[in-house]
Design a protein around this ligand. Structure first.
Ligand code: SF4
Length: 409
């Protein structure tokens, strides 16, 4: 049967879930790669591989969701918890612009002490200072969290965030869009599969473009990985609002799930097979990113032969997967070297996948950057002064925001 499915894909046919499973389980890896590469070639015949210069900033690590695969979050009141101040975020934007960056990928924990008005004020302040700089901000579970916290519908949250300056929504927090899996990962409480998809549906209807992701390699079955892809494909048929799909494997280090269930990380071949399958199944997605941050530069480069047409983001800062053990880092020069060595032409892009130009590092004289930055220096948990302007919900948050009435001179 697998040969019949291979022929169908070669002829440009759309696979159903059973056919996708047959391919995933039985097609030889080089054949899966050839099928995916042929689809990539049809969609992007110009042999350009793109990347974006942006900065992945995690504005807070305080989170009430407590997903068991996450090594990044801290509980409310934890001495290691932080919220970045507006000035710290402005400094990060300045550094990003200095190396040719065009946007912030802004995500964080579900912090009950940050009300909707904090996000609105932040976005407005960013847009006032940097009118052309883009905010790719708040994954669907964060939008659902804000909806619950403010007792407002998701549509109202999106409307208000867009009015404040949000440009697009990153596809994080999808993990596997099957509620059996989400319950086992403790992320059912942060957003169900339907809620995740609904945020994206509403965002697309509001005219925003978004990405979609999949984290595999925890407790899901092959069938559930494919169900995840099918649900994304259905929504893309309905709205056409996704610009790209990104998949990566679970990073088990320092996580509750990894320690309790002794889960080892998926191999490079499993990553390449999953990437290739997603190119075949997601026939209505134009762009697939290589996740070199989790897989390393070498597998990231190979991804360009397994369906990917984009190398994602030049890494200036990343804290979440690094907390779980992944520590790969490539600056623009290294990304361009990997793209060109794989036989592609490297181009910078924006979130909409519009080409912005050739590599910029030579013109700007950007120094080599081979270490990741951090959201905060270790041990620095100072509370930004503007936080006292927002009502805290948790006891710990209230204590942190006590302003001395009669400061001693
Ligand atoms: S993955 Fe996100 S939502 Fe889950 S615990 Fe970590 S920071 Fe919180």
């Amino acid at each position: 049967m697998v040969d019949a499915v291979i022929d169908k894909v070669r002829a440009g046919g759309r696979v159903n879930a059973a056919e996708a499973l047959e391919l995933y389980r039985h097609a030889p890896t080089p054949v899966l790669g050839q099928l995916a590469d042929a689809i990539r070639e049809r969609k992007h015949p110009e042999r350009v591989a793109t990347y974006i210069i942006d900065r992945n900033v995690n504005y807070t690590n305080v989170c009430v969701a407590k997903c068991n695969f996450c090594a990044f979050y801290r509980e409310v009141g934890s001495p290691d918890g932080y919220v970045l101040g507006f000035d710290e975020l402005f400094a990060k934007i300045d550094e990003t612009i200095a190396v040719g960056g065009v946007q912030l990928l802004l995500q964080g924990g579900h912090n009950p002490d940050l009300p909707l008005s904090w996000y609105e004020d932040l976005f407005r302040a960013v847009k006032e200072r940097y009118p052309d700089f883009k905010l790719h901000a708040l994954s669907p579970p964060e939008v659902v969290h804000l909806s619950r916290l403010s007792q407002l519908p998701v549509t109202a949250i999106i409307e208000r965030l867009v009015a404040a300056g949000m440009d697009s929504i990153p596809g994080g927090g999808a993990e596997i869009l099957v509620d059996r899996v989400r319950k086992l990962l403790h992320c059912y409480g942060k957003a169900t599969s339907d809620e995740w998809l609904d945020v994206m549906r509403h965002a697309h209807r509001a005219g925003l473009r978004t990405t979609a992701t999949m984290m595999y390699g925890t407790v899901e079955s092959d069938e559930e990985r494919i169900e995840h892809m099918m649900r994304l494909r259905d929504l893309q048929d309905e709205t056409g609002g996704f610009t790209a799909f990104i998949t990566w494997s679970f990073q088990p280090d320092h996580t509750e799930l990894g320690q309790q269930h002794r889960i080892t990380e998926a191999t490079g071949v499993e990553y390449l097979r999953t990437l290739a399958l997603s190119r075949i199944v997601l026939d209505n997605f134009d762009n697939l990113q290589a996740s070199w941050v989790t897989q390393g530069g070498k597998v990231g480069q190979l991804s360009l032969a397994y369906g990917a047409n984009d190398m994602g983001s030049v890494m200036i800062e990343e804290n979440v997967v690094r907390a779980a053990g992944a520590s790969y880092c490539m600056d623009e020069l290294e990304i361009v070297r990997n793209i060109e060595d794989a036989g592609f032409v490297a181009k910078r892009r924006n979130m909409h996948y519009e080409i912005l130009g050739d590599p910029i590092y030579k013109a700007l004289g950007v120094p080599r950057m081979l270490e990741l930055a951090t959201a905060r220096e270790e041990g620095d948990t100072h509370v930004p002064s503007e936080l006292v302007n927002y009502p805290a919900r948790s006891r710990a948050g209230k204590q942190l925001r006590v302003v001395p009435r009669n400061p001693v001179n």
